[in-house]
Design a protein around this ligand. Sequence first.
Ligand code: MRU
Length: 322
Amino acid sequence: MLDQRQLPGAVVFMHLMVWQEVAQAITTMAVRGAPAIGIAAAWGVVLAARAGDDLPSAIHGLRGSRPTAVNLGWALNRMQKAIASSGSIDVSALAGVAAGLQNEDRLLTQRLVDHGVSLLNRGCRVLHHCHTGAIATGGVGTALGVIAAAHARGLLRHAWLDETRPRLQGAALSAWELGCLGVPCTVIVDGASGLLMRRGEVDAVLVGCDRVAANGDVANKIGTYNLALVARAHGVPFYVCAPGSSIDPATPDGEAITIEERVAEEITHVRGVEVAAPGAQTWNPAFDITPAHLITGLITEFGVLCPPYGKALSALSLPNQL
Ligand code: MRU
């Protein structure tokens, strides 16, 4: 597995041999991005089966490795269903299910990207938060995939990338991935988006998500809510790329979504160097909730959903249900 923590400095692959290492890689964000952690967890179940481990315990452990992205449930429910329906543990059959999930994500992200690009006009300037590219998924990515495809089709004038404090997924991963693809982009600090929009430099905001509730509220990387408010204040359309694997009809609204809180060191230290006053108190939620009324459209593999989202989402045939 690619160790995303080492990018952009080094491309390092880790060899994970047991499910506990996969859970640890998810918790420590060696692998991150909602679809990617779901796929990784599915392969974790295969490792558990290969080792003859107790599968319910392994699935429970993997499910708890990060709380917010529903894609973990999407993948693990599928693995559970495959185990239950076969009656016995067949490692190669389970590997086939995990590979199938990965391939499904590859196909659906491509469909999602095609729908997303259709919203963009020639010469568009797009602002993006966090990292939602290929390495966060099993395919071409979601919001960053739309930006890359818009560039490939000659539509994109510029991509603005929020650096995304505290872990800098925008500066480290999105800028690296778009750089590899030759997409013109500029990294900004998260707080610069207001000035940028006030100056009329942004035509659309595109972000990903970790969970979409039944009413259309969205959990995504901390700072997304602020961005949605600034976009609304400046009349800039705010789109969320939401693969079906991130949509959770069982969660009624954003209030019901568990928001992961991470360690203080992510705030107090930058790449190992202490930057906060020693002993300073911190609060480090990794995600926030953007209410549905601030979202212009949900870009899915089924098409672009418009408000009211409750009705549009309930009409979808979603993969999360067992
Ligand atoms: O904490 P992270 O880096 O896993 O958060 C990632 C995001 O918030 C992404 O927007 C989301 O997972 C979508 S990835 C296609």
